[in-house]
Design a protein around this ligand. Structure first.
Ligand code: LR7
Ligand code: MN
Length: 584
């Protein structure tokens, strides 16, 4: 990167020399003009010629961007400079308890200053961009449910201290029916010190993060709504780069690059150390994934620090013009609590006339929790089938086409059985806005999904896989991959027993694959983008052969464990039958 800047400098320097010497004028000028127009340069404050409106930020060689702050002095207190912090010996127990309650060690967070310094993790190029002075103002919306005090307020403090005030309309906190006492009166008292710059709304029942965000957007006073999770620390000059693309085009949604904050030590860890930039995609079971920015997209930009287009986003951190968000109907109000809303918004933005840009010069730290500390409450019980799968089904039933829907159901057969609820309004919105078909999105925006996750071969069998000798069914045993696979009493409910075997020998349960080495049979995450596997089922002999070893899947008669055995088709412990199930 430094190299690139140097190259640019050399080139620009060469231009000046050439102009002065009146040598090779024509050739050099052409190359200069080309570089100006392709980067969208127009006459910035330091360029010669009549000033023109700047559709894009100006890249200046002097690194004195108009909002560029000086380096913050690094103190030596706990966690300063983004360094890891550890609980003192007498607080170890308390720390463990707080980690169990919040999914992050609040005791450690509580020791760290609200405005500690963190490393400026941006590409050095970022200090050269010069943004317009009339960017739209943002409401920063933070929804929360039973979040820890110091992480929530550190989010607020860093937004207030690291945003140019003229672009920050307000910080809008929306409480999704928390019941921790500190988040009641004490929170109201605390934010009073910000003289109205920080507002607080409360739900009168649990709505989940998705509906709570839509509500925040409706109440927001800013032209742009900018969402953050309640455990973030925004980094140096994070705000203008997110607003500039929206000023240029109000149908652009912008996403900062998300650094990691460790849930135990609160160490600030930059993403992309020595790695190339990545962007958001998805695989067919609708897990969110990131992948390298394809060359086709990278080639469209002169600088690696320029925003680039991304098919999807992780969900929590993004900015969008309020009117555009509301025109898109906010989030589908039928999505419950958590999950899938990132895809819904991504597909909707792209298919209905907008675009998503990831902004490398805007960096925000986010605490990745150890586990989800909250339950889904009554909302979780009110839906048939697992709630997140239900959300995914709503999203794909509205935005996918028939071909791509089939890949989702092939990979996640359980989804066929969940009730997605009424989709009339969502389909009507898609119609009314004249949104483009999913095929267009896949071919023009998310083309890299096909490279990573090839189209899926059909399933030959889907159902529970019952052993003839024991009468038990193949089962994940409720354990997370990687784990040994087991068998258990057949319950007919699908879920952990809903096995798929596809035409290329891949056997799995949802996104996880059954694999075997030598003797043990395991459940692993399917190899990235793999659609094939080692299994061959013979419906006559009822054996499941592991083709690389030519051995057969068997239950051990004594231990009951799964293993690979020398094939002996008369052995009942090696006979398996798929039974289609229709979970109630
Ligand atoms: O019922 C709830 N009500 C809420 O208000 C549940 C949660 N929330 C709040 C919660 O307090 C937090 O502020 O909603 C916010 C997000 O919840 P998290 O932090 O528990 O979610 P996450 O970080 O585990 O999950 C990611 O996916 C979610 C899917 O619905 C959301 O989109 C999160 O915002 C999203 N987080 C990010 O994108 C940060 C980067 C992580 C990655 C990849
Ligand atoms: Mn989060």
């Amino acid at each position: 990167v430094g190299l690139r800047i140097n190259l640019r400098r050399v080139r620009a320097g060469r231009v000046v020399v050439a102009l002065v010497a009146l040598m090779l004028c024509a050739v050099v000028l052409v190359s200069f003009r080309n570089s100006r127009s392709s980067s969208g340069w127009s006459s910035g404050p330091h360029a010669s010629g009549a000033p023109k409106p700047s559709p894009k930020p100006v890249f200046r060689q002097d690194a004195l961007g108009n909002f560029e702050p000086g380096a913050e002095p690094v103190g030596d207190g706990p966690g300063e400079g983004g360094r890891p912090h550890y609980p003192s010996p007498e607080k170890v127990n308390e720390a463990q308890q707080s980690a169990a309650e919040y999914g992050m060690t609040m005791t450690v967070s509580d020791d760290i200053s609200m405005t500690r310094t963190i490393p400026d993790t941006r590409n050095p190029e970022c200090r050269h961009w010069d943004y317009a002075e009339d960017l739209p103002k943002a409401s920063v919306i933070v929804v929360f449910h039973n979040e820890g005090w110091s992480t929530l307020l550190r989010t607020v403090h860093t937004v207030l201290s690291r945003s140019p005030p003229q672009f920050l309309e307000e910080v809008l906190l929306v409480d999704d029916f928390s019941d921790k006492p500190a988040l009641g009166g004490p929170l109201e008292n605390y934010i009073a010190r910000f003289n109205g710059k920080v507002r607080l709304l409360r739900n009168d029942k649990r709505e989940g993060l998705i509906r709570t965000r839509s509500k925040g957007a409706e109440y927001a006073r800013g032209e742009v709504v900018l969402f953050l999770d309640a455990h973030c620390e925004v980094n140096s000059n994070w705000l203008p780069p997110l607003l500039a693309p929206i000023r240029r085009d109000p149908t652009v949604m912008t996403v900062p690059v998300i650094d990691g904050i460790d849930h135990e030590t609160f160490e600030y860890r930059p993403v992309y150390q020595g790695k190339s930039l990545s962007r958001g995609i998805f695989e067919w079971g609708m897990l969110y994934k990131e992948t390298d920015v394809p060359t086709q997209e990278a080639r469209r930009h002169e600088y690696v620090s320029e925003p680039f287009q991304s098919p999807t986003h992780a969900g929590g951190l993004f900015a969008i013009h309020k009117d555009f968000f509301l025109k898109l109907g906010g989030y589908d109000p039928g999505l419950l609590v958590w999950g899938g809303e990132n895809f819904e918004l991504s597909f909707k933005v792209w298919q209905c006339g907008g675009s998503i840009e990831w902004v490398p010069c805007s960096r925000v730290g986010h605490v990745y929790r150890n586990f989800m500390p909250y339950s889904f409450g009554k909302l979780g019980e009110s839906k048939k089938g697992p709630l997140i799968t239900t959300n995914y089904k709503r999203v794909i039933e509205v935005w996918f086409d028939e071909e791509h829907k089939e890949y989702f159901y092939t990979r996640e057969p359980m989804a066929r059985f969940v009730d997605a609820g009424d989709l009339t309004e969502q389909l009507a919105l898609k119609e009314r806005l004249g949104c483009k078909p999913f095929k267009w999105f896949m071919e023009n925006v998310a083309y890299d999904v096909y490279e990573k996750y090839p189209k899926l071969p059909p399933n030959l069998h889907v159902g529970e896989l019952r052993n003839a000798a024991t009468g038990n069914c193949l089962d994940t045993m409720g354990r997370a991959a990687p784990t040994p696979m087991g068998t258990a009493h057949c319950h007919g409910l699908g879920n952990n027993q809903l096995v798929r075997l596809n035409a290329q020998g891949q056997m799995g349960i949802g996104e996880r694959c059954v694999e075997a080495d030598g003797r043990t049979v395991k459940l692993l995450f399917c190899r990235l983008g793999s659609v094939d596997g080692p299994w061959a089922y013979n419906a006559d002999s009822k054996t499941m052969m592991h083709t690389p070893t030519k051995k057969c899947l068997a239950v051990h008669p004594h231990t009951g464990d799964l293993h690979l055995a020398v094939c002996a088709p008369i052995n009942e412990y090696q006979k398996w039958a798929f039974r289609e199930i229709v979970p109630k």
